[in-house]
Design a protein around this ligand. Structure first.
Ligand code: C5P
Length: 217
């Protein structure tokens, strides 16, 4: 499918609300470049865990220049330990600044073959792609999100318990919502999509309907 004009979609959400799955489906449907921006922070976190640098900022400055989408596509980034460190470093404005350009380049300058871009994260609609053509805030109850994350990690063969996942999600929600910079929040101009009682397909179709209507297709 070729769209009449290039589009940018921004999706913000707390962890495990289904935003990633919906974004991937939208990217496929409209032929958009997709980036799960949480993976950028997870990638940096994983590197810190492995290399244990003394000067974290100096180290991150160096590796941030070499980040690309291929490096972010790694199942090892999915663990809760990595997520926790990711949320810790993501609080630091100096760290966030290192990866703004990478995200903006993807959003505003996707390769020609795409009809545009879709980014999901915490601060996409408030900071990274403020002028996105379509803005959504995807959420679900924390217990539903914990259930989904539990299933996902089990499937990957990870040793996890539901209660620990729930606890970690609550902690990360609180930290992401109350930090000083680029807090997780719904911007006024984004559409709320609550996926608690929706299937993956149902969530996707709900968002697609809104986009199709505005695109006149
Ligand atoms: O979405 P995911 O759980 O993979 O994100 C990991 C962490 O990275 C989040 O808890 C959040 O602190 C941080 N993050 C962020 N800004 C984004 C995406 C993720 O601060 N745009």
């Amino acid at each position: 499918m070729k769209l009449k004009k290039k589009i940018k979609i921004g999706i913000d959400s707390p962890s495990a609300a289904g935003a990633g799955t919906i974004s991937k489906m939208l990217a496929k449907n409209y032929n958009l470049l997709y980036c799960d921006t949480g993976k950028i922070y997870r990638y940096m976190a994983k590197q810190i865990i492995e290399k244990k640098p003394l000067d974290k900022i100096k180290f991150l400055k160096k590796i941030s220049k070499k980040i690309n989408l291929k490096k972010l596509n790694n199942k090892n980034l999915l663990t809760d330990d990595v997520a926790y460190i990711a949320s810790q470093i993501a609080k630091d404005l100096r760290v966030r600044k290192l990866v703004v350009k990478f995200q903006k380049d993807l959003a505003y300058r996707p390769p020609k073959k795409f009809n545009g871009s879709i980014l999901d994260g915490r601060d996409i609609n408030s900071k990274i792609v403020k002028d996105a053509d379509f803005k959504f805030y995807v959420t679900a109850s924390v217990t539903e999100r914990a259930k989904r994350r539990f299933k996902e990690l089990k499937k990957l063969g990870k040793k996890v318990t539901y209660s620990k996942i729930l606890k970690n999600l609550k902690r990360r929600d609180l930290e992401d919502r109350s930090r000083r910079y680029s807090k997780l929040k719904k911007t006024k101009d984004s559409t709320l999509i609550n996926t608690t009682n929706l299937s993956i397909k149902g969530s996707f179709l709900k968002v697609k309907k809104i986009i199709d209507k505005k695109l006149n297709i």
